[in-house]
Design a protein around this ligand. Structure first.
Ligand SMILES: [Zn+2]
Length: 75
């Protein structure tokens, strides 16, 4: 599993929301999820100890933990 940094993907990801400790990104370029390697639609990034996931419509998620950050990829 590879490390992931949104700053390495400025052109592929469009930021939809940023609340400081959490942010929401849209995948504009059919980038592959670093966990399962399928294309994902959105990425939710949190550095909070406890986070309630955004509402979803039954989509599949992958979680990637990196230090104090958790990356939630929605398919
Ligand atoms: Zn995935």
């Amino acid at each position: 599993m590879s490390e992931f940094d949104v700053h390495d993907h400025r052109h592929e990801l469009k930021q939809l929301r940023d609340s400081g400790r959490t942010s929401l990104w849209e995948n504009r370029e059919e980038m592959a999820c670093p966990v399962c390697e399928d294309v994902f639609s959105r990425l939710f990034l949190t550095r909070q100890a406890g986070t309630t996931f955004p509402e979803n419509d039954g989509a599949r998620f992958c979680l990637l933990r990196d230090g104090d950050a958790v990356y939630l990829f929605r398919h």
